[in-house]
Design a protein around this ligand. Sequence first.
Ligand code: HEC
Length: 258
Amino acid sequence: MISVFCTARLAATGFALLVLITYGFCHVFSGRGAFLQVGALVGSIMVGNVLFIIIPNQRKTVDALIAGREPDPIWGYQAKQRSIHNNYLTLPVVFVMLSNHYSFTYQTKWNWLILAGVSVASFLVRHYFNAMHTGAEPDWRLWPAAALPIALAAVLTLADSYSAPSATAEKPISFTEVRVIVEQRCHVCHSAHPKFPAFSEPPKGVMFDTPSQILQYSKQIFAQAVKTHTMPLNNITEITEAERAALGSWITAGSRTN
Ligand code: HEC
């Protein structure tokens, strides 16, 4: 018979494996790609649970009942176990889907730990609501327990984003040079009419068509293309480290256009 302990043990083993795989993905793919890959993996596990355990076991139970036989209780326990696992896996998948729009979640070197921590927090929150839905009094201590890994994730993100950019340019950078870099490396997507075929409008509304727009976004340019390598997307336009450093120097010197 499958006990609660057994369900938890399988979940813990699966989670430990997922963290290990996430660590690996984060060291092979870009943070963004790694998170997507983890999301696809977890989504596949959930589909597999339904397709290979829950539905077949239900069929076996129904077939046994129709044939007038006693259904093996293990079928029901197994299906319940996998449906509990799927229930706890939904929030991490939602987080992974949303995370791709927020580079602070996946861009730091601690991204794998942040994903693991947020997942643990989501399991605890889920546990609270599951208990509540059975009519029992849920344990309030689950909230501070969930807040802990979230706080850790925030600290890790902040610690990484306060580290200095890797390089600075040797000489002062003029706005003309900055414009050339932005034209070459960013403008193909970030324009009122992007030339990049995947976009019919500027991503997140960010446009670099005029000097004032570049100026307006200078802080974000620093965050996305100097401090982190979130932009250009997957470095599709092949910006160099020297160009990132040039953008950084211009911005730290006060983003002057004259
Ligand atoms: C291949 C297309 C592409 C290129 C080239 C590109 N970006 Fe982006 N950029 C995007 C997409 C897509 C998003 C929206 C990302 C999202 O929603 O998560 C974005 C978002 C941004 C944002 C907003 C980020 C936010 O979270 O608010 C900034 C700032 C930005 N890019 C700056 C740059 C800079 C600077 C460059 C050049 C060094 C650049 N981008 C090159 C596609 C591109």
